[in-house]
Design a protein around this ligand. Structure first.
Ligand code: NAD
Length: 243
C-alpha cells in the first residue's frame, strides 16, 4: 500500500525518526529525510538498500520558510506528498521556577510550531491530491503532564489539539491526521536522564521495560495504511496511560 508513496519524516537522522524512515522504506515508500545538523551516509545507504529513493533536506522545521522548502523539494522530486510525519522534537527540561523564557519558546517553536509549519505547507498539496496522512509525534506527557516539563508537555498536548482540529478540517478531502503518544523509548533524548529517574519511570510502566524505536515506527506505518482512522491519539507506552 505504501509502495512509491512519498513520506516526509522530520528529524529523521536518528532515534524514532530514523526507525520510522527505515520502516517506510521497507514498505517501498520513497523517503524525504529532514534533519537539523547531520545525517550519516550509512543511514542513506540503509534506506536505499530497500530499493527506494532517499532525499535528504537540511532544515529547521521551526522556521516557516525552511519548512516550506522541505515540502516543495519533496513535491518537486517525487511529484506528491502522501505522508507527513512530524517527528522533530527537543526537550529543555527544568522546574517551572527555573525554566527560562528561552527554554519555553524554543520547545514550543520546534515541537508545536514546527508541526504547524509542516502541516500548513504539506496540506496544500494533500488537498489538491485529495489524499494524505499526517502523523504527529506527541508524548505520554502531553496526556498526563510531568514535573520539569511544563514547556515540553504543553507542546505535546498542543500537538494533540492540533491533531484533532486538523483531522476535522481535512477529513472531507480524504486526509487523515493522527497522533502517536510514545511513553519512554530508548533514544538519545532519554539516554541523558539520570539512572535514578529512569528507575522511577520504569516503576510506572506496567510492561516493565522501555520501548524500542521500532515499536513506534510500526505504529506509524499502521496509521499511514489505514484510511479510516482519523483524529486519534495512539499511546505506545507499555501501558503507562490507559483510557
Ligand atoms: N524517546 C522518547 O521516549 C520519546 C517519548 C515521547 C515522545 N518522543 C518524541 O519523539 C520524537 C523523536 O524523539 P527521539 O527520542 O527520537 O529524539 P532524538 O533527540 O533522538 O531525535 C530528535 C530529532 O529531531 C531533530 N530536530 C530537533 N529540532 C529540530 C528542528 N528544529 N528541525 C528539524 N529537526 C529537528 C533532531 O536533530 C533529532 O534528529 C520527538 O518529537 C520526541 O519529543 C520521544
Amino acid at each position: 500500500m505504501l509502495k512509491e508513496k512519498t513520506v516526509i519524516v522530520t528529524g529523521g537522522a536518528k532515534g524514532i525518526g530514523k526507525a520510522i524512515a527505515l520502516a517506510f522504506a521497507k514498505e517501498g515508500a520513497n523517503i524525504v529525510l529532514n534533519y537539523r545538523s547531520t545525517v550519516s551516509d550509512e543511514l542513506i545507504k540503509e534506506i536505499e538498500n530497500f530499493g527506494v529513493k532517499c532525499l535528504t533536506i537540511k532544515a529547521d522545521v521551526s522556521n516557516f520558510e525552511e519548512a516550506r522548502e522541505v515540502v516543495e523539494k519533496a513535491k518537486e522530486e517525487f511529484g506528491s506528498v502522501d505522508i507527513l510525519i512530524n517527528n522533530a522534537g527537543i526537550t529543555r527540561d527544568n522546574l517551572l521556577l527555573k525554566m527560562t523564557e528561552e527554554d519555553f519558546d524554543s520547545v514550543i517553536n520546534t515541537n508545536l510550531k514546527g508541526a504547524f509549519n509542516m502541516i500548513k505547507h504539506a496540506s496544500k498539496i494533500m488537498l489538491k491530491q485529495k489524499s494524505g496522512s499526517i502523523i504527529n509525534m506527541s508524548s505520554v506527557v502531553g496526556l498526563t503532564g510531568n514535573a520539569g516539563q511544563v514547556n515540553y508537555s504543553a507542546s505535546k498536548a498542543g500537538m494533540i489539539g492540533m491533531t484533532f482540529s486538523t483531522a476535522r478540517e481535512l477529513a472531507s478531502r480524504g486526509i487523515t491526521c493522527n497522533a502517536i503518544a510514545p511513553g519512554f523509548i530508548t533514544t538519545d533524548m532519554t539516554d541523558v536522564l539520570p539512572d535514578k529517574i529512569k528507575e522511577t519511570i520504569l516503576n510506572t510502566i506496567p510492561l516493565k521495560r522501555f520501548g524500542e524505536t521500532e515499536e513506534i515506527a510500526t505504529t506509524a506505518v499502521f496509521l499511514a495504511k489505514n484510511k479510516y482512522i482519523t483524529g486519534q491519539v495512539i499511546s505506545v507506552d507499555g501501558g503507562m496511560v490507559m483510557a
